[in-house]
Design a protein around this ligand. Structure first.
Ligand code: ADP
Ligand code: MG
Length: 460
């Protein structure tokens, strides 16, 4: 069948690939590709850049070869060469392509980060890769101290702070560091949620005692997101029992939570006081310099050098949490790979614009009201009632302030949403909270946590 022209061969390949891939994927990898020559046993495909070349070679070469062989079965090999510079994809395509690309990147990263079967730790988390700044240096120092002499000084260590600020990273690093120094130590990482699941299963199987003794034999038990056990009385009793057993034998316990123990509603008093009995360390959102240092370190890790200007742009504009900072960086790295060069600030701005505007597009007054009410553990309806009770007045003022700050609702609108209050009341509340936020550390922390939760709800 050597009468088939290179062009026809490639059209057939494209036809097949288009059917088996998503549109964005197909466009990313096959746009501006061509068969430029063929000989007896091979076909040479020109591709726009080295990145596409690598990708086609590693991911799609088998599929491409097999569809070529349907037309021309003497072909044994497909070669890829970087040909004419690729005209850049149209702007409206880019964000779609990037999103696909980010998913692929994430999938690659996820696969390479398998969790250890015994300890449930993920090796990717280490003290070395944790960037330290004023927002986390105390927590970091405590974590290092615990890893250096477990069960001695800070027991338990309780690390708290908003979502995506590095709690999991830090507490997993303790486990990894401990095992590096003493490979025989028994270390286990779990989350409040998984622990609850394990406990419920053990109850069903009547193996609670076994489970308890398994945990109690550990040298280090790390429980992430312990706030999950709020309201789960039996699980709390179980944690309390393990806690005492381990603590009595000078075995180390490490916890993380999105807030301090006393702010976890329905946490049994005795467990709360145990959790508070060691060292409490907070992690906050890193300042600009630390954000920049994190970006630098991650871009080096990803082997994707970006200019300082681009990195500063990202560090300036992404202020929510470190996870989002990484997300933004992933997106820019994807862009760099698609262009096969370092993007400039203007391009980065374009690509992050969509990212940055997400909160404004997706949040709603309902989300804010519900988040505030949940945070203070009061029914959302109380915010709109006439009540002047202290437990309600402050959450209500905070809700007003956030409706103003986060979604720029007008004062009369806010008044209306909160049970028909006068707009001067709203102005008064907003100014009061704003003023206090600047000087009142606990209030500032509460607002940060509430904002984190509002932002988190966008991601779902
Ligand atoms: P949390 O558990 O507080 O929600 P994570 O530990 O999952 O947050 O952190 C989110 C992401 O940000 C992770 O990929 C983590 O490695 C990264 N990260 C957070 N803080 C830092 C830091 N100080 N240095 C380097 N990476 C960080
Ligand atoms: Mg976490």
């Amino acid at each position: 069948m050597s009468s088939v022209t290179p062009d026809e061969i490639w059209k057939a390949v494209l036809g097949e690939m288009e059917l088996s891939l998503s549109r964005a994927n197909f466009t990313t990898w096959f746009k501006n590709t061509n068969v430029i020559s063929r000989d007896q046993n091979s076909v040479t495909v020109s591709v726009p850049n080295g990145f596409v070349k690598e990708w086609l070679e590693s991911k799609y070469s088998r599929q491409i070869l097999s569809s070529i062989r349907k037309l021309s079965n003497e072909i044994r090999e497909v070669k890829y060469i970087v040909g004419q510079p690729k005209p850049e994809p149209l702007r409206q395509d880019i964000s779609k392509i990037i999103i696909e690309k980010e998913f692929q990147e994430q999938a690659i990263v996820d696969r390479s980060q398998e969790v250890d079967k015994m300890t449930h730790l993920n090796k990717k988390y280490s003290f070395d890769s944790f960037i330290v700044g004023s927002s986390n240096e105390f927590a970091f120092a405590c974590a290092k101290a615990v890893a250096a002499s477990p069960g001695k000084n800070y027991n338990p260590l309780f690390i708290y702070g908003g979502v995506g600020l590095g709690k999991t990273h830090l507490i997993q690093s303790i486990g990894n560091s401990l095992l590096e120094q003493w490979p025989d130590k028994r270390v286990f990482y779990t989350t409040g949620e998984k622990l609850t699941g394990a406990y419920v299963e053990a109850v069903q199987n009547r193996t609670v005692e076994d489970l308890k003794s398994q945990y109690s034999r550990l040298d280090l038990l790390v429980i992430d997101d312990i706030q999950f056990i709020q309201g789960k009385q039996k699980t709390q009793e179980f944690v309390f029992a393990i806690f005492n057993e381990m603590h009595n034998h000078n075995k180390q316990l490490v916890f993380s939570s999105d807030r301090v123990p006393k702010a976890i509603p329905t946490l049994e008093d005795r467990l709360q006081s145990r959790l508070e009995g060691g060292m409490l360390a907070e992690i906050n959102m890193p300042d600009f310099e630390t954000r920049l240092a994190i970006l630098k370190s991650k871009s080096v890790e990803r082997a994707c050098p970006l200019t300082d200007e681009v990195l500063s742009y990202i560090a300036t504009h992404i202020q929510k949490n470190v996870r989002e900072l990484e997300g933004a960086l992933n997106r820019v790295v994807a862009l760099a790979q698609i262009y096969n060069r370092t993007p400039d600030t203007k391009e980065v701005k374009n690509i992050l614009n969509a990212y940055l505007s997400v909160p404004y597009r997706k949040t709603s007054p309902q989300v804010i009201l519900k988040t505030v009410a949940d945070f203070f553990n009061i029914p959302a309806a109380d915010l709109t009632k006439r009540s002047r009770k202290k437990e309600v007045v402050k959450p209500r003022q905070i809700a007003m302030y956030l409706l103003r700050e986060e979604i720029k609702l007008s004062f009369p609108d806010i008044g209306q949403k909160l049970g028909g209050r006068d707009h001067s009341t709203v102005i008064h509340a907003c100014e009061k909270i704003k003023r206090e936020e600047a000087v009142d550390e606990p209030l500032k922390n509460e607002l940060t946590m509430i904002r984190q939760r509002i932002y988190d709800s966008f991601e779902q």
